[in-house]
Design a protein around this ligand. Structure first.
Ligand code: DAH
Length: 339
């Protein structure tokens, strides 16, 4: 057996030395050391040998295996170096050219809008707060003055988990969480993802974003709401913006109002973006409903507050002239690279 091993070794060494391509080396690796390779086949005979020579032969075979592996690896890198040298000599590879810099990527348009909104409100002294996307039915509805059998629940229909849990259909439940956790004054915004069982089309998606705002303290009035939101509108959409409120309905505010700005594209003249009306609806708002204050354990005779909610997806669409909400989540670089 020893002779067979030595012979195998010398023929392998000879072939490795003659090899001139990486493929050749890899073929030799299979031929000798592979599962059905020659060395492996010899080793299988080992079992039939007398017990006293078995360890010696085993050791010899292992040494040969290591030697061959080392030789093959050495030869392989020799061939690679030679190839590189040839390329350099033939000028097909110019190592003096600068390398390709990796592209740093971009900030998603929605994230950019969220950043702008955040900067404006933190500039006004608001704190940014997070809430969970999986919410209790109680926080998403009841605590916001939307009882189980109330028809307005349909406006916020969502995806349900086991009983009592759902994907939040707005960021408003974070109002309740924060009020329960803290004492006034409360001055927060809550950016985040929200979910609804909407049929997907150019302006609807089952996932979108919202930024909630809440300010609760003693003696807060509608005038405070107007002042803060005017400031926001002008910083976000231009210093000459006008705002207008029209009565609306939200179960968690009373009174409730939709706020519009005069169109920042045509300055109120009427165009495609504002659908010729001169105005663009930007957010919902109102004075926090006494029942909401009560469900957080606050005395509505002592504390009042205002709240608002806006959709950054819609704002981004208006601001950048994007006509399909699905583009935000399609992950198409041709779209994303424009921002
Ligand atoms: N949660 C509302 C929605 O999803 C938006 C909203 C309206 C939030 C008025 C508010 C508010 O805090 O006061 O449609």
């Amino acid at each position: 057996m020893q002779e067979a091993l030595e012979q195998l070794k010398s023929s392998a060494v000879c072939l490795i030395e003659k090899a001139s391509g990486i493929d050749e080396i890899e073929n030799l690796r299979v031929k000798y050391l592979g599962k059905k390779g020659e060395l492996t086949t010899v080793l299988k005979e080992l079992g039939k040998m007398p017990a006293d020579v078995r360890p010696v032969m085993g050791q010899l075979a292992n040494t040969i295996k290591n030697q061959l592996t080392e030789l093959m690896d050495g030869k392989k890198s020799e061939i690679e170096t030679k190839k590189l040298e040839d390329e350099i000599i033939n000028q097909s590879l110019d190592i003096t050219l600068p390398g390709k810099a990796p592209s740093p990527g971009r900030i998603h348009p929605i994230t950019q809008i969220l950043g702008e909104i955040r900067d404006i409100f933190t500039g006004l002294g608001f704190e940014v707060v997070d809430g969970p996307e999986v919410e209790t039915e109680y926080n998403n509805f009841e605590a916001l003055n939307i009882p189980a059998d109330h028809p307005s629940r349909e406006m916020w229909d969502s995806f349900y988990f086991r009983k009592g849990l759902l994907l939040r259909s707005h960021t408003s439940p974070v109002q309740v969480r924060v009020m329960k956790d803290r004492k006034p004054p409360i001055k927060i915004i809550v950016p985040g993802k929200t979910y609804r069982r909407d049929t997907v089309d150019a302006t609807h998606h089952w996932m979108f974003h919202q930024v909630e705002g809440l300010l609760v303290d003693e003696k807060v009035t509608f005038a405070d709401l107007k002042g803060v939101l005017l400031k926001f509108a002008r910083q976000m959409f231009g210093e000459t913006r006008k705002i207008s409120f029209k009565p609306s309905y939200f179960p968690f505010t009373e009174p409730s109002a939709e706020m519009s700005i005069d169109c920042f594209v045509c300055n109120g003249e009427g165009c495609r973006v504002c659908k010729q009306s001169g105005w663009i609806e930007i957010l919902g708002s109102g004075m926090v409903h006494p029942n909401v204050l009560r469900s957080a354990g606050y005395d509505p005779e002592k504390y009042t507050g205002f709240a608002f909610g806006m959709g950054p997806d819609r704002i981004a669409m208006l601001k950048y002239g994007i006509n399909d909400i699905r583009l935000f989540s399609d992950n198409d670089l041709r779209f994303l690279e424009q921002f």
